[in-house]
Design a protein around this ligand. Structure first.
Ligand SMILES: NC(=O)C1=CN([C@@H]2O[C@H](COP(=O)(O)OP(=O)(O)OC[C@H]3O[C@@H](n4cnc5c(N)ncnc54)[C@H](O)[C@@H]3O)[C@@H](O)[C@H]2O)C=CC1
Ligand SMILES: O=C(CO)COP(=O)(O)O
Ligand SMILES: [Zn+2]
Length: 348
């Protein structure tokens, strides 16, 4: 008997464009949600556009969080229950959006994602990343019911947040290679659709790289669309595999070794230069990844991340052990091989 089943969870309404924040209530109305929303945000996005969001709803309240943590999730759950909120609106960067995503899972209610920064694909995906103990990687959660990404706001965010989003997308190249490798060597289930979409998303962004420059709203539009596409690839796969391979393992390990040193996307971008070298060798495509990152203004070295060489090498040699996810790191890269890869590529 044929027993395969597929359940793909996707956002229903995705709005990307100039001024779409003012269409938030229309996008929500179209979802037939009941009750009042609790706005989950962090101080800067709240100060920038919190009032514009609140003006569109009879809100149950606002919870501003400083970090993505289980304490913050608890606070949101408590506030939502106390105010009898019907659903959540995550407003800001990855931290409030992940917190709202996880809290909505706990509450069994829907949530809407309103990113104010195009900093990574978690603003769209069905993955939530809340650090717990030594765990830094994302876990499955329902995706937002709607995503409202106003490019006017995204374009005014600090440029480094946008270049981090670009680098998170460019890392899809190596993530897909790792996924295919795991499929061949470990029989890990591979989705041709999700793999192709993820790879194409990275290719299209790189092809548009000349148009990705600070001060142009079109840049925010290109990056936001790519982040949506990458989030959809993860939804099709039912895992973060299409967008997270060895380069993400290294970044998660850096988050444990030097928390807050650099933005997520910047770390995975630099790590992708090295993991591409591990995949395809000296004459492989690692230089193309480096050049694409450089063109978009993202870091290409450990020093530019503000991370010292030894710490980067420690992450590279230990990252394979932090998660059950087979990648080009295999059962560990030796210190000598890590040094060779990182120096040859100019990352250290
Ligand atoms: N769910 C997932 O799949 C993923 C989740 N993450 C998580 O996301 C978090 C990192 O995301 P970030 O967006 O960097 O975090 P974040 O929410 O802390 O935002 C970064 C900074 O940008 C500021 N900011 C946001 N929008 C702004 C604007 N329009 N103008 C000025 N400043 C603005 C924030 O106040 C904050 O200081 C981490 O917790 C990480 O673990 C990272 C990757 C994937
Ligand atoms: O950041 C992500 C994809 O870009 C999510 O990946 P992780 O599952 O490794 O956290
Ligand atoms: Zn990522």
């Amino acid at each position: 008997m044929f027993e395969k089943t597929t359940w793909i969870k996707l956002p229903r309404n995705v709005l990307v464009g100039h001024g779409v924040l003012d269409d938030l209530s229309a996008a929500v109305e179209d979802l037939y949600l009941s009750g009042r929303p609790l706005v989950v945000t962090s101080p800067t996005p709240d100060g920038l556009v919190g009032d514009r969001v609140r003006a569109q709803f009879d809100v149950a309240g606002t919870t501003a969080i400083e970090t993505a943590s289980f304490d913050a999730v608890e606070r949101v759950v408590d506030d939502a229950e106390a105010a009898d909120a019907g659903y959540l609106i995550g407003l800001g960067g990855g931290k409030p959006i992940d917190t709202a995503k996880m809290a909505s899972d706990r509450l069994g209610c829907g949530f809407v994602s309103v990113p104010t920064a195009a900093s990574h694909d978690g603003i769209v995906s069905g993955r939530s990343s809340i650090p717990e103990g030594d765990t830094r990687h994302s876990v499955a959660a329902d995706p937002p019911l709607a995503v409202v990404a106003d490019t006017e706001i995204l374009a005014e965010a600090p440029w480094e947040l946008t270049t981090a989003g670009c680098a998170d997308i460019i890392s899809n190249y190596t993530a897909v290679k790792d996924w295919q490798l795991a499929h061949r060597l470990k029989n890990v289930e591979y989705s041709e659709y999700a793999g192709a979409l993820s790879q194409m998303t990275a290719e299209m962004l790189v092809e548009s790289s000349e148009a990705i420059k600070p001060g142009f709203e079109e840049s925010a539009w290109l990056v936001a669309k790519a982040l949506v596409s990458s989030g959809v690839a993860m939804s099709i796969a039912g895992s973060s595999r299409p967008a997270s391979g060895a380069e993400h393992l290294i970044s998660h390990q850096l988050d444990r070794l030097v928390p807050g040193a650099a933005l997520h996307g910047h770390q995975v971008g630099v790590a992708a230069i090295v993991t591409e070298y591990l995949h395809s060798g000296e004459r492989g495509e690692w230089a193309d990844i480096r050049d694409a990152l450089e063109e978009m203004g993202a870091p290409t070295t450990a020093a530019e991340l503000g991370i010292d060489d030894d710490t980067f090498l420690e992450a590279l040699t230990t990252a394979h052990s932090i998660r059950d996810r087979y990648t080009i790191l295999g059962d560990g890269v030796s210190e000598a091989a890590a040094l060779e890869a990182a120096t040859f590529t100019g990352v250290i």
